[in-house]
Design a protein around this ligand. Structure first.
Ligand SMILES: *Cc1c(COP(=O)(O)O)cnc(C)c1O
Length: 390
């Protein structure tokens, strides 16, 4: 019989019934240290008391009204995001792919409204990931996501990530925008050189194209600051965000400067669910915690400790781990054995991780981890690497 849940995922055979902080408990009674965070989503851990109470309070008041009316929660969350980023304005949606769709539409509409309707093309990076909609698989450009879904949506070209000369050579009168992840996540935890990202800004300015940083994965403190662009000394024009924004509640957002967003007037874009009161209560509560003075600095210190420990452990097993890479709490272990095998063994030993392209295992712990969780993770990593090293 065909599975009642469409079999689109290669799922591990485990289910969870409870979570607290960095830990998950499975239905068969096992406890796991969650260094996957539901793919960089539950960045404040599971059932953070402030998030639970904010959602419970909102659930008893109002869930959804649609965007036919003002939504005070959107105004509040947008004001917080604007106050803490380059952005002047925010569109709310429900996922990372939708946030990228908004960014792509915004870039095209910007040029259309500027009297340059020929500027429709987006230059993206090879190895990118921007989501699974028809538009975003075209933007990602990866054969494994595009295969069988032809025709590929036109308007995207790809150049090697990190190569400025090839990117400049790809710019034509049709170019509308440059779209990159500051750190490629799904592609294998490949960090963009800050200097390269900085030069992308100068290049975009030189040719009059928009710069889009997809911070769906790198945002919300994952790489240290609230957003990764902060370590580049430059700002993008448009920034899709999602994953950590709702702390586990589905929320996406597309942040932009007023200039870039000028085309998205009433009727130009929309979402039934986007930014509903329940979602905004979650995002607002996440921002409360992350913007608390010292929170991100504390997480950054823990990330440095974790990184140091992971490098020390992995350095003992050069036949299993080729390289440790990434930024902040977005760490990649480039494997010499199949990443799926290492992941399964880590899980059997009680540590949840996430795979990525280029044979990488990702460590995406919640930003609330302390010394004890780091030590436990390093113990499990050491034990697991010794097992597979035999
Ligand atoms: C996860 C991810 C997306 C897609 O987000 P969804 O919520 O799955 O649609 C887009 N861009 C990046 C960089 C991501 O990591």
């Amino acid at each position: 019989m065909f599975p009642v849940v469409m079999p689109t995922y290669a799922r591990a055979d485990v289910a969870f019934e409870r979570g607290e902080g960095a830990y998950l408990w499975s239905t068969d009674g096992r406890r796991f240290l969650d260094f996957g965070s539901g793919v960089a989503v539950t960045s404040l851990g599971h059932c953070h008391p402030h998030l639970v109470s904010a959602l419970q309070a909102q659930a008893g008041k109002l869930w959804h009204t649609s965007n036919l009316y003002r939504v005070p929660g959107q105004e509040k969350v947008a004001a917080k995001l604007v106050a803490n980023t380059f952005a002047d304005t925010v569109f709310f949606c429900n996922s990372g792919a939708e946030a990228n769709e908004c960014a792509i539409k915004m870039a095209r509409k910007y040029h259309y409204d500027s009297g340059n309707p020929e500027k429709v093309e987006i230059i993206c990076a090879t190895g990118a990931f921007h989501g699974r909609t028809l538009g975003t698989i075209a933007a990602g450009g990866q054969e494994k996501h595009l295969k069988g879904f032809a025709p590929v949506m036109p308007g995207f070209v790809h150049v090697p990530f990190g190569n400025l000369n090839e990117l400049r050579a790809a710019i034509t009168p049709q170019t509308a925008a440059i779209l990159v992840e500051p750190v490629q996540g799904e592609g294998g935890v490949v960090a963009g050189d800050p200097d390269y990202l900085k030069r992308l800004r100068a290049t975009a300015d030189e040719f009059g194209v928009l710069l889009i940083f997809d911070e769906v994965q790198t945002g919300m403190g994952r790489t240290g600051p609230l957003f990764a662009y902060e370590w580049t000394c430059v700002t993008p024009d448009i920034m899709p965000v999602a994953k950590g924004l709702g702390g586990g509640f589905p929320v996406g957002a597309c942040l932009a400067t007023a200039a870039a967003a000028k085309g998205l007037s009433a009727g130009a874009h929309g979402s039934t669910f986007g930014g509903n009161p329940l979602a905004m209560a979650a995002a607002d509560a996440v921002l409360d915690v992350m913007l608390e003075p010292g929170f991100l600095d504390g997480a950054k210190a823990m990330a440095a400790k974790l990184r140091q420990g992971v490098e020390a452990v992995c350095g003992q097993f050069p036949k299993v781990i080729e390289q440790v890479r990434g930024v902040g709490m977005l760490i990649g272990l480039k494997c010499l054995i199949p990443n799926t095998e290492l992941q399964a063994k880590l899980m059997a030993n009680g540590l949840l991780t996430v795979g990525a392209g280029d044979n990488v295992v990702r460590l995406l712990p919640p930003l609330i981890i302390r010394d004890a969780e780091i030590e436990e993770a390093l113990d499990i990593l050491t034990r697991t690497l010794s097992e597979v090293n035999k």
